[in-house]
Design a protein around this ligand. Structure first.
Ligand SMILES: C[S@@+](CC[C@H](N)C(=O)[O-])C[C@H]1O[C@@H](n2cnc3c(N)ncnc32)[C@H](O)[C@@H]1O
Length: 260
């Protein structure tokens, strides 16, 4: 899997720039509100990035573990939050020692699961990582909102200390894998009169409520709540089967047969 430059070589740029893209206080409050309702304190955050939410969860005394596929993100999170627990792993192939009351996949991280295969493997992996009756809370892009209001070009400008950032994005339809689109970004970093630029490219995926519900059902989850907020689809699901469902067993048996 190709990990994007903004999550690897430029993880620090992500850390600084995305503070003006995401509202981390609001995102934390959303997860904290729902996790409090379902009484979950032992949580795994998938796609923890540089630890913006980790810091907030630890301040509220959660038994928190952060996980990310990017080595640079994990190193940065550990440097910024030395008391935090962080693991490097790919959400599609989790094999962790512990099981958690809740898994949260934050900041549109699940949008990187662009093929149906990725989605099946990631949900199966998360299912295994949860305790009995455990919870999955995550946000995705809502396909209806993304594709009915599709924007081909966007510019984002921000400042952090004495650095200024400009991100120019170009997007194009790509329906090969599902509700996916290609995003090309050109970044300019300016500091003390010096300029650096780099390019990045990725494929992203949105979901309709129906397809996400079906993926969850096939992987042993019951959907408890799905809410739209602008282009986001926030979902709360609960693990209902301890064992793999029949659909999962058939799917993975066929996949393994195809690979051998
Ligand atoms: C949009 S960022 C969100 C980061 C963080 N939640 C935040 O809001 O700042 C997506 C993160 O998901 C991670 N990621 C992408 N694919 C992943 C995978 N297969 N398994 C685990 N993490 C992944 C990236 O490395 C990146 O840090």
């Amino acid at each position: 899997m190709k990990i994007m430059r903004i999550y690897t070589d430029y993880a620090k740029v992500y850390h600084e720039m995305y503070q003006s893209i995401f509202d981390y206080d609001a995102e934390f409050e959303l997860y904290h509100k729902h996790l409090s309702k379902i009484k979950c304190k032992k949580i795994l955050e998938i796609g923890c990035g540089s630890g913006h939410l980790a810091k907030r969860f630890l301040e509220k005394n959660y038994d928190y573990t952060g996980l990310d596929v990017s080595k640079q993100m994990i190193e940065l999170a550990q440097e910024l939050i030395p008391q935090g627990k962080f693991i490097r792993a790919d959400m599609r192939h989790l094999d962790l020692d512990k099981k958690y009351q809740a898994v949260i996949v934050t900041g549109r991280t699940f949008t990187h699961m662009t093929t149906n295969h990725d989605v099946m493997f990631a949900l199966d992996s998360i299912h295994k990582t949860l305790q009995k009756d455990g919870w999955l809370l995550f946000d995705n892009f809502d396909a209806y909102e993304i594709f009915t209001g599709f924007k081909e070009e966007m510019t984002h400008k921000s400042k952090y200390n004495n650095r200024s950032y400009v991100r120019k994005s170009k997007t194009s339809f790509n329906f090969e894998h599902g509700w996916t689109w290609k995003w090309k970004a050109h970044y300019t970093i300016e500091e003390n009169g010096k300029e650096e630029t780099f390019e990045d490219e990725m494929l992203l995926r949105a979901f309709t409520k129906d397809e996400l519900s079906l993926f969850l059902k096939l992987n042993g989850f019951s959907v408890i709540e799905m809410q739209n907020d602008s282009n986001a689809l926030f979902t709360i699901a609960q693990k209902i089967n301890e064992e793999k469902t029949n659909a999962q067993k058939i799917y993975f048996k066929q996949k393994l047969k195809n690979l051998s």
